[in-house]
Design a protein around this ligand. Structure first.
Ligand SMILES: Cc1cc2nc3c(=O)[nH]c(=O)nc-3n(C[C@H](O)[C@H](O)[C@H](O)COP(=O)(O)OP(=O)(O)OC[C@H]3O[C@@H](n4cnc5c(N)ncnc54)[C@H](O)[C@@H]3O)c2cc1C
Length: 392
């Protein structure tokens, strides 16, 4: 076991750091205050080829592994940036790479790799189904021209900044299938052709995260919009969700590292009662403890990423890494608020922005309760506490 980065991986990390250095804290505060998509940042990452790392070389990508994608996303968040603006571009691709037809791959992947097309959006969650994905009701009816989709999605992020969207819809109703998770299919929707059949209504959230409710009415899709096998969309999606969890864990590890770095710097310079506050165990111990928690979460994330890259089962490790990393980031956010005292609340200091952003990953893309239920049942063999069709 060698946990050191290879010389190439160090170059990737440093390359991303160099891009991030052009987007300082003031940039992130400005886009946060303006509730604006960080377009310049996403463009800079795209131009540098950092968002197409998982696209195979024959389609114009870098052909790298999930391990390298982790390095990239961790570096972004550890620099104070927010990879949420574009992380989906990296992992949504997985479904297309693994299950797309040769024609779909040739048509889309080189364009995505070149930065001319964005595949940043994935519509799974529905208002009535929530974490129980098997209960989605958005329905794709087959007709002579392909499919006609009707339904509703919620919290579909970055639609306004994406040309393509991966959509999970039922092609058989839940009552018609043997297992609740059967009968769902994945579609690649060209948003530029959707016109008024997708009504997008932005949802204002506590973070600058462009997300929407979608009302889909008679959306016509050609037969070749189907990705992979009709009816097997849930299983196909789950594989991609493992990648998503490993990458989100990396962002959270990056967030935790950023908080710790800020805490260490501030605790060393802020003098109260005649000495740096960091000289007090009440201040330094929580910082040291969360540093250790983040390191441990980072190691489990590497284990999950190595299994994923080896093509082995990694559901347990991906889920556990996501839970531990998101908890470490949230703990670090709390520690930073304490360390900074009143200044933690001041917008110009930046802690409160990251504090809000770090909170998301306790909930999305899968809640930590659902992760815990999965580990209890599937790893430890305890009785099932939730229905089939959850996102784990
Ligand atoms: C900013 C943001 C961006 C998002 N982006 C996307 C996106 O791009 N695409 C997309 O498809 N989705 C997206 N989501 C949705 C996200 O994945 C869901 O919010 C998440 O999976 C939880 O689903 P829910 O909100 O419906 O919660 P619910 O399923 O309603 O759960 C509510 C609470 O009850 C708990 N709970 C439910 N059942 C159980 C049980 N059996 N045992 C214990 N606890 C339980 C949950 O853990 C949770 O705490 C986004 C969400 C947010 C907030």
């Amino acid at each position: 076991m060698d946990f050191r980065l290879s010389p190439e991986q160090v170059l990737y990390r440093d390359g991303v750091r160099a891009v991030c250095a052009r987007f300082p804290e003031t940039y992130w505060q400005r886009v946060d205050a303006e509730r604006r998509y960080p377009d310049e940042f996403v463009r800079a990452l795209t131009d540098g080829g950092w968002l197409s790392v998982l696209i195979p070389t024959q389609y114009g990508g870098a052909g790298l592994r999930i391990v390298e994608a982790c390095i990239i996303l961790e570096a972004i968040n550890a620099s104070g940036g927010n990879a949420a603006a574009c992380h989906a571009q990296i992992y949504t691709m997985g479904a297309l790479v693994r299950y797309g037809s040769e024609a779909q791959k040739r048509r889309y992947l080189p364009e995505i790799a070149a930065g001319r097309l964005r595949l940043q959006s994935m519509a799974v969650t529905e208002p009535e189904a929530g974490s129980d994905t098997s209960r989605i009701t958005t329905y794709a009816r087959k007709d002579s021209q392909g499919y006609v989709v009707n339904g509703q999605k919620v919290f579909t992020s970055r639609v306004q900044h994406s040309d393509l969207m991966l959509l999970l819809a039922r092609t058989s109703r839940v009552e018609e299938v043997a297992r609740k998770t059967d009968g769902m299919s994945l579609f690649l929707v060209d948003l530029r052709e959707a016109g008024s059949s997708i009504d997008m209504r932005p949802i204002e959230t506590m973070i600058n995260h462009e997300t929407n409710a979608l009302f889909i009415t008679d959306l016509h899709l050609p037969p070749d919009a189907l990705v992979g096998t009709e009816g097997a969309g849930f299983a196909q999606l789950l594989e991609g969700l493992n990648a998503e969890r490993i990458l989100i864990a990396s962002q959270s590890v990056g967030d935790a590292r950023w908080f710790v770095d800020r805490c260490v710097a501030y605790a060393g310079e802020r003098v109260v009662f005649g000495r740096p506050i960091g000289a007090n165990q009440g201040v330094q111990f929580p910082i040291a403890r969360v540093y250790m928690h983040a390191r441990a979460a980072g190691l489990l994330r590497w284990e999950a990423a190595s299994l994923f890259d080896a093509g082995e089962a990694c559901g347990a490790e991906a889920n556990m890494a996501k839970l531990l990393a998101s908890e470490a980031a949230w703990e670090a956010a709390e520690v930073a608020m304490t360390t900074f005292g009143g200044s933690g609340m001041a917008v110009e200091v930046g802690i409160e922005r990251k504090f809000r952003e770090a909170r998301l990953y306790l909930v999305a893309p899968v809640t930590n309760n659902l992760v815990t239920a999965y580990v209890a049942e599937h790893v430890l063999g305890l009785p099932r506490s939730y229905g089939t069709g959850g996102r784990t």
